[in-house]
Design a binder for this molecule. Structure first.
Ligand SMILES: *[C@@H]1O[C@H](CO)[C@@H](O)[C@H](O)[C@H]1NC(C)=O
Ligand SMILES: *[C@@H]1O[C@H](CO)[C@@H](O)[C@H](O)[C@H]1NC(C)=O
Ligand SMILES: *[C@@H]1O[C@H](CO)[C@@H](O)[C@H](O)[C@H]1NC(C)=O
Ligand SMILES: *[C@@H]1O[C@H](CO)[C@@H](O)[C@H](O)[C@H]1NC(C)=O
Ligand SMILES: *[C@@H]1O[C@H](CO)[C@@H](O)[C@H](O)[C@H]1NC(C)=O
Ligand SMILES: *[C@@H]1O[C@H](CO)[C@@H](O)[C@H](O)[C@H]1NC(C)=O
Ligand SMILES: *[C@@H]1O[C@H](CO)[C@@H](O)[C@H](O)[C@H]1NC(C)=O
Ligand SMILES: *[C@@H]1O[C@H](CO)[C@@H](O)[C@H](O)[C@H]1NC(C)=O
Ligand SMILES: *[C@@H]1O[C@H](CO)[C@@H](O)[C@H](O)[C@H]1NC(C)=O
Length: 484
């Protein structure tokens, strides 16, 4: 900006500047004085199809629909380009009636010809199926219907949205779950797609699913968890998805050896193959995916894992090798992990592995750990003081071992960040003072079969965030306190 004081040329320039500014402001004012009437009416018709007990759309009145909640217009054209009606209330925790929108999506949306972004996620349209006319909103780049539909076939018309970058149809929080895909071919036409989440959608007849996603060369994120995928192709002539960062195929019961094309995931940071029936040898090439931060392989048919084989995975933060039948001494196994892995791991799941030994001399040195699951092993001895002092622990699961000794308020007081604690099925005594006030707020605490009684633990009174509690067989002989 020019600095002008007492100069004629400068005053002239200023006049010209402010008159053109005025002109721009006037044009802006015309656009901003209210959205286009046809679009305003379309939105009002759309609203009339919705049931809105919480009055979420109370601001939807008056001339300027661009100022209504969830509506955004283009600054250049004045057209409605964005409709964000995502429900922030976590509808899914309400079994009976959620504080969200329901009803139907009215086809009047088609009059919003410039709509690029549509998000109605976490609402409840579960009585209806996904409208086919959404496939005619041809300017859509972003479509999020996650957790808002539960039934019917995903309309193949969605495949007409050739500009789509982002598609989320995940329905993990919705019951009953029977959203499905009959013929996956429509997916191959979404060639601009970068983000795709179809988790929980039933794809049990989509034998060509891998060939279909292989046609999406820009894909970075792919979530297909719990899709009942009918298998996985191990032979692909050319793997296109070299830019893929996230591949999530957990919970699909896929019975296969690891496909050779996995080694071509040269940009992968997050890989979840857990809870399938993958089996056989985990090849060296696979374990060279050095970009990996998160690797979830638990609950498959693998037998054993040589910790030295993880030497290329120095960027690993999460490692899930649950149910690998590793066996032997846990300390020996962990100490063979490459130092870069051992020092940086935040999440370590080695549950269900027949691992023996104790927790002394190794676990307390893994300072970065936030999440530990060593449940259902053969671990014995006491829990060393250094474990309680791990500075970032959020999740500590040690259930179903032979751990022994006394856990008192002194130990528990070190756990300032803990949210999930499971010490069940061990020979542990948990003994705290009646007036102890914990420094944490737990979401889950499981102390089944620990020696806890005879008094009901008074400190639980402070735990206002609890979602899960198991104190069975913990030798409590008391009346349930009224605050409970
Ligand atoms: C319009 O401009 C405002 C202010 O510069 C900005 O905050 C808003 O995001 C823009 N809207 C769109 C849809 O780009
Ligand atoms: C969602 O809507 C369906 C059908 O209208 C209804 O039966 C169900 O109770 C609703 N669910 C919630 C959580 O409100
Ligand atoms: C949209 O997709 C459907 C089904 O895939 C197809 O039959 C129809 O011709 C497409 N419409 C347009 C306008 O491309
Ligand atoms: C796919 O799932 C549906 C619904 O659960 C089921 O009725 C059908 O038999 C399954 N088909 C196959 C091929 O598994
Ligand atoms: C890889 O992607 C390109 C472009 O989308 C496609 O033409 C080709 O058929 C794909 N390759 C395979 C093996 O699917
Ligand atoms: C994977 O990458 C290797 C080496 O770059 C290449 O020879 C092979 O053809 C690729 N495999 C597939 C299925 O694309
Ligand atoms: C996986 O498939 C093989 C051969 O097709 C079969 O023998 C085996 O029982 C299957 N495993 C599981 C866990 O279903
Ligand atoms: C823990 O196990 C190691 C290795 O087996 C053993 O040397 C050590 O004595 C054990 N420590 C305790 C406290 O049991
Ligand atoms: C406890 O672990 C053993 C193996 O160490 C397993 O066989 C058993 O099923 C587990 N029990 C529970 C209740 O998880």
């Amino acid at each position: 900006m020019m600095l002008c004081i007492f100069s004629t040329t400068c005053v002239m320039a200023n006049l010209i500047l402010s008159s053109s500014l005025l002109w721009i402001l006037t044009v802006d004012a015309v656009v901003a004085s209210g959205c286009m009437e046809v679009e305003r009416n379309a939105l009002l018709t759309f609203k009339s199809g919705l049931v809105d007990p919480q009055n979420f759309l109370s601001s939807w009145e008056g001339e300027d629909c661009c100022k209504w909640r969830g509506v955004a217009c283009s600054n250049a054209t004045g057209h409605v380009v964005k409709l964000n009606l995502r429900n922030r209330n976590s509808c899914y925790i309400f079994i009976e009636e959620c504080p969200c929108l329901s009803g139907e999506i009215n086809p009047s949306l088609l009059l919003l010809t410039n709509l690029e972004h549509l998000d109605v996620s976490m609402n409840n349209f579960s009585g209806t199926s996904i409208p086919t006319f959404l496939g005619s909103l041809k300017n859509l780049r972003y479509l999020n219907l996650a957790n808002s539909y539960s039934s019917g076939t995903i309309p193949p018309q969605i495949g007409n949205l050739s500009k789509l970058h982002y598609l989320d149809l995940n329905s993990e929080f919705i019951y009953p779950r029977n959203l499905r895909i009959d013929d996956i071919l429509w997916l191959t036409r979404l060639s601009s797609l970068k983000y795709l989440d179809l988790s929980i959608v039933n794809m049990n007849t989509s034998t060509g699913w891998l060939h279909a996603v292989n046609m999406l060369p820009s894909l970075k994120v792919l979530h297909l968890a719990d899709c009942s995928l009918p298998g996985i192709s191990t032979s692909l002539s050319h793997f296109n998805l070299t830019t893929l960062n996230v591949l999530d195929l957990g919970g699909n019961s896929i019975n296969s050896t690891l496909p050779p094309w996995l080694r071509n995931l040269t940009s992968i940071t997050y890989l979840d193959l857990s809870s399938n029936e993958f089996h056989g040898v985990i090849s060296d090439e696979f374990l060279r995916l050095s970009t990996l931060n998160n690797l979830f392989l638990g609950y498959n048919g693998f037998k054993g894992m040589n910790p030295k084989a993880l030497r290329y995975l120095c960027n690993l933060r999460s490692l899930d090798l649950s149910s690998f039948n590793i066996g032997g001494e846990i300390m020996e196994w962990v100490e063979m992990l490459p130092r870069c892995v051992r020092n940086n791991l935040q999440t370590l799941y080695l549950n269900d592995n027949n691992l023996g030994g104790n927790l002394s001399g190794w676990l307390e040195q893994m300072n970065s750990l936030t999440d530990i699951n060593l449940g259902s092993n053969l671990l014995s001895g006491s829990i060393p003081a250094g474990v309680w002092k791990l500075p970032n622990l959020i999740y500590l699961y040690l259930y179903n071992n032979s751990l022994e000794g006394v856990v008192s308020d002194v130990e528990l007081s070190y756990l300032r960040k803990i949210q999930y604690l499971d010490l069940s099925l061990n020979a542990l005594t948990v003994r705290v003072h009646d007036d102890w006030v914990p420094p944490f707020q737990l979401k889950e605490i499981f102390l089944a079969s620990c020696q806890l009684g005879p008094n009901f633990p008074a400190w639980l009174k402070s735990q206002s965030q609890l979602e899960g509690l198991d104190l069975s067989k913990s030798k409590i002989a008391d009346t349930l306190p009224s605050w409970f």
